[in-house]
Design a protein around this ligand. Sequence first.
Ligand code: SF4
Length: 312
Amino acid sequence: MPERPPAARSAASRRASDSSPSAKRKKRDHVELKVEHATPERGARGASTSATRASPGAPPFAPPGDWPEVLRLIKQMRAAGGAPVDTMGCEKISEDAAPDAKGRRFVTLVSAMLSSQTKDPITHAATARLVAFGCTPEKIAGTSVEQLDALITPVGFHQRKAGYLKAAAAICVERYDSDIPPSVETLTELPGVGPKMAYLVMNVGWGKASGICVDVHVHRIAERMGWVPPVAYSANGTPRKTRTPEDTRVCLESWLPEEEWVEINPLLVGHGQLTCTPRAPKCGECLVNALCPSAFAESKPDKERRARGSEK
Ligand code: SF4
C-alpha cells in the first residue's frame, strides 16, 4: 500500500481516536455559501470556493472545501502513470501520427470518434491501423465504408462508425480546408460527434479548454467524491432521479477552475482505470480514502455481515 500522506494520515487518526458514530466518517467542511450565478454552458470560471448554481432551477451547490487537497492527492497517485489512458488515450497517439498539427488534429478527431463504447487498447490499435493506411481527411473520405469498417473492427459499433468517419472526413475537406471544425458547436455538427467528444477534441486537438470532457469515469468519480450534488435538477427546478454525465459537466464547470479542465479528464480516467474502478474500487490503496465520502462504501455490507455473524 502506498504511504499515506500526512494530511490523510492525520484525518484517519482523528477518526480512529473518536469512536462516536457521528465521527466515524470525517465530516466534510463545505465552503461558504455565497452564491455566484453560473450559466449552464459556461461555469463561473475560476470560481473554486463559492457556491454556484449549475442551472437556473438548481439550488446552490458548493464543492467540498477539501477538493484542492483531494485533487493534489489524485495527481500524486497518477504521477506514476500506468493507466491505459496514459499511453493509449487520444492525446497520446496523435503525437507521432502526422507530420503537422493540422494532421494530428484530424487523427485526434478520428481516435475520439472510435473511442466511444470501446476500450483504450482497441481504439489505439484501430487508430494505428488507420494511420498506417493513411489517416488524412482526403484518404478517409475517398475510402469505401466497407474498407473503413474492416480497418476499424473490432471497435464498438464499427459499422456505424465507419460511415461516420467517411462523412466527417468529407465535411473536413469541403468546409474546413481539410482541418477539423474549430469549435464545440461545429464539431458536434459532424456525424457521430457528441458534446463529450467535442470537448475532448477541443482540449486535445486545439489546445483550448472549451469544457470538461465527462466520460463514465469522470462521472462516477465526481459522484463518489461528492463533487456534484446527490440530486440533479432540470432547468425548471424539478429534481431528477438520474444524474447524467452532462449534469456532471455543467456542475464541475461551475466551480472547478478552468486551468484544471483539460487535465481533469485523463487524471480521473486513469484513477478510474487503476484505483476507483466501477466495481470493487481499491479504497485501501487510495490516497484520498480519509477524505472521500464513498470510501469503503461498497465493502460495508460485507463488513456488516461479518459483524452480525460474529455476534451470533
Ligand atoms: S476512496 Fe475509494 S471510492 Fe473514494 S476515490 Fe478512492 S477508490 Fe474511489
